[in-house]
Design a protein around this ligand. Structure first.
Ligand code: HEM
Length: 123
């Protein structure tokens, strides 16, 4: 069983990413970084990416190719403050999943490491 299945599969990732974007929408400085008026496509890309990363369907790669996430974030000025905001909304979204602690820890560790890697601009 993949980690993706262990944490609840498609339903879990849909909920996580949806709750995350509810947080983004409530946070004007972070929201301003997102280029599109409609966050739906961004929500879908993040969901597909996370599903793939955690061992689920590989739709992200089929549609978008190699993730190269740091490069894809280069157009957006990601400061430590923005990273903190992003993390706060992701951790809040994770709380709504009520995962067993061992699983939650794996995901939190990944998000903390990956989000720090996206920082590309001094505060
Ligand atoms: C876009 C993942 C951290 C801001 C994306 C995309 C993915 C992604 C998969 C879509 C890329 C594509 O296919 O075009 C992640 C992951 C992160 C992370 C896994 C850390 C764990 C951050 C942080 C910020 C940020 C810290 C800023 C505070 C954005 C913006 C976009 C984006 C503005 C463009 C929206 C779009 O059109 O998709 N991110 N990201 N990301 N991310 Fe991140």
């Amino acid at each position: 069983m993949s980690f993706y299945d262990e944490v609840g599969g498609a339903e879990t990732f849909e909920r996580l990413v949806h709750e995350f974007y509810v947080g983004v929408k409530s946070d004007p400085p972070l929201r301003a970084l997102y280029p599109e008026e409609d966050l739906e496509p961004a929500e879908r890309r993040l969901r597909m990416f996370l599903e793939q990363y955690f061992g689920g369907p590989k739709t992200y790669g089929e549609e978008r190719g190699h993730p190269r996430l740091r490069m894809r974030h280069a157009p957006f000025p990601v400061t430590l403050d923005m990273r903190d905001r992003w993390m706060r909304h992701m951790l809040a979204a994770m709380e709504t999943l009520d995962l067993p602690e061992a699983h939650a820890e794996v995901m939190r560790d990944y998000f903390a490491r990956a989000a720090l890697m996206m920082v590309n601009t001094p505060d």
